[in-house]
Design a binder for this molecule. Structure first.
Ligand SMILES: NC(=O)c1ccc[n+]([C@@H]2O[C@H](COP(=O)([O-])OP(=O)(O)OC[C@H]3O[C@@H](n4cnc5c(N)ncnc54)[C@H](O)[C@@H]3O)[C@@H](O)[C@H]2O)c1
Length: 343
C-alpha cells in the first residue's frame, strides 16, 4: 500500500477550483496549508452560482471542483462536455438533489458530498419550527413589536399527546423522532427504506404508509432526501389528506412540496400552518400571499437550519478532509519521494 505523506507533496499536476461565498477562507487553516502543498488551488469568492459562461472559464483548469450549494453551477452535459479534466466534485452539502448524477456519470465525474455534519442542528431547527407554529412564538414576538395584525389569535396547542408524522427516517428524521418522543408526542414515520424503518421502529416510532401517516397527523414534518428531478412527495392530491388543523414543517428541500398547492390550502384554511427552511414567497408582497407571513401561517427560515456553530465547524472540517482525499486519489497528485522511496 502506498503511504502518501501530504506535507511532502511537491509539484502537483492537480488543480482544485474552489467556489464559495468566502473563497479560500471557507476552509480551516490547516486544510488550506495541506491543500497548498498538494495542488494548485484556485479559490473564488462568489455571491451566487457563476453564469454558464463564467463557469466555463473558472472551471476550465479544474481536476477537482470544491463547491458549496450556494455557488453550484448547473453541471449539465453542455458544461461537463467542456471540462475534460474534471474528475471529482466535492460538494459542501448533505442533499445533492441539485446535481444531475446521470450527467456526471456520463462524463466520468465522481461526486463526494458531506453527510451527517448538520444532523442535530437540522433536527433541532425542525423542532423549533414546529414549536414556534404550535405555540405561536413568532406571532407573539411580532405582536410585541406591533407587527401582528389585530384579530390574529395567539392561542396555541400542545404537541404532547398529539401525533406527528415524520416523512424521511434517515439521520435527521430519526434524531427528530427521538426529540418528539421525549415531548410525549406520538410519532408515526414514513420511509421506503426497510433499514430506516427498522431503526425507527426500534426507537419507538410507528412505521406506516404515507396515506395513513398524513391522515392521522396533527403535524407532518418532512426530513426526506430528494433526488435530482424528483416530483414533490406532497403533491396537491396528498396535501388534501392532511387534516385542516395540521401543521406542515419542511426542513428538507422546498421541492418536496407542491408550494402553490400548499399556499392555496393555507388560503382556504385547509391547512393550519406551513414552516419551511427556505423562502417561498415574498413577504413584502402586500397584495398577494405576503398576508400569510404577516398572520403567521407561513414561517420561512431561508435555509438556516444547518447554520449553527457546531454544524459549520464540523461541515468545514469534513469538506476540507474530502477535498484532500479527492486530490490524494487523483492521478495528477505526485507525492515527493523521501530518499527516493515512497511506500
Ligand atoms: N435545511 C438544511 O439546512 C438541511 C441541512 C442538511 C440536510 N438537509 C436536507 O435533509 C435531507 C435529509 O438528510 P439526512 O442526513 O437525514 O439524509 P439521510 O440520507 O440520512 O435520510 C434521508 C431519508 O429520506 C428517505 N426518503 C427518501 N425519499 C423519501 C420519500 N419519498 N418518502 C419518505 N422517505 C424518503 C430515505 O430513504 C432516507 O432514509 C437531505 O437530503 C437534505 O435535502 C437540509
Amino acid at each position: 500500500m502506498r503511504n502518501v505523506v501530504i506535507t511532502d507533496m511537491v509539484e502537483s499536476e492537480t488543480t482544485v477550483v474552489l467556489l464559495s461565498r468566502r473563497g479560500g477562507d471557507s476552509l480551516a487553516l490547516e486544510h488550506r496549508q495541506q491543500l497548498a502543498a498538494m495542488a494548485d488551488v484556485k479559490a473564488y469568492a462568489l455571491e451566487k452560482p457563476p453564469t454558464r459562461r463564467q463557469a466555463r472559464e473558472l472551471l476550465a483548469p479544474a481536476d477537482v471542483l470544491a463547491v458549496t450549494n450556494a455557488c453550484l453551477p448547473v453541471l449539465d452535459d453542455d458544461l461537463l462536455g467542456r471540462l475534460p479534466r474534471l474528475r471529482t466534485v466535492v460538494l459542501f452539502a448533505t442533499g445533492h438533489d441539485a446535481v444531475d448524477l446521470e450527467a456526471l456519470r456520463r462524463h466520468g465525474v465522481n461526486l463526494i458530498a458531506v453527510p451527517d455534519y448538520a444532523t442535530v442542528s437540522v433536527a433541532e431547527h425542525a423542532l423549533g419550527m414546529l414549536l414556534s407554529m404550535t405555540n405561536r412564538l413568532h406571532l407573539a414576538n411580532d405582536r410585541s413589536l406591533g407587527r401582528c395584525p389585530p384579530g390574529v389569535s395567539l392561542r396555541g396547542v400542545q404537541m404532547s399527546g398529539r401525533t406527528a408524522c415524520v416523512i424521511g427516517l434517515g439521520r435527521i428524521g430519526l434524531h427528530l423522532c427521538s426529540l418528539l418522543l421525549a415531548l410525549g408526542t406520538r410519532v408515526v414515520g414514513v420511509d421506503p427504506d426497510p433499514l430506516a424503518r427498522q431503526c425507527a421502529a426500534a426507537a419507538g416510532v410507528e412505521c406506516v404508509g404515507l396515506v395513513p401517516g398524513l391522515t392521522v397527523a396533527d403535524a407532518v414534518i418532512l426530513t426526506a432526501s430528494r433526488a435530482f428531478g424528483d416530483p414533490p412527495v406532497l403533491d396537491r392530491e396528498r396535501l388534501r389528506l392532511l387534516p385542516a388543523h395540521a401543521f406542515l414543517i419542511n426542513v428538507g428541500r422546498k421541492e418536496l412540496v407542491d408550494t402553490p398547492a400548499v399556499i392555496e390550502a393555507l388560503t382556504r384554511q385547509a391547512l393550519r400552518g406551513y414552516a419551511v427552511d427556505d423562502v417561498v414567497i415574498n413577504p413584502a408582497d402586500r397584495r398577494g400571499n405576503g398576508e400569510l407571513v404577516r398572520t403567521g401561517r407561513l414561517l420561512q427560515s431561508g435555509h438556516r437550519a444547518w447554520w449553527t456553530d457546531e454544524a459549520l465547524h464540523r461541515g468545514t472540517y469534513l469538506w476540507g478532509e474530502r477535498i484532500i482525499a479527492a486530490i490524494a486519489v487523483d492521478p495528477g497528485a505526485v507525492p515527493a519521494r523521501r530518499g527516493g522511496e515512497a511506500e
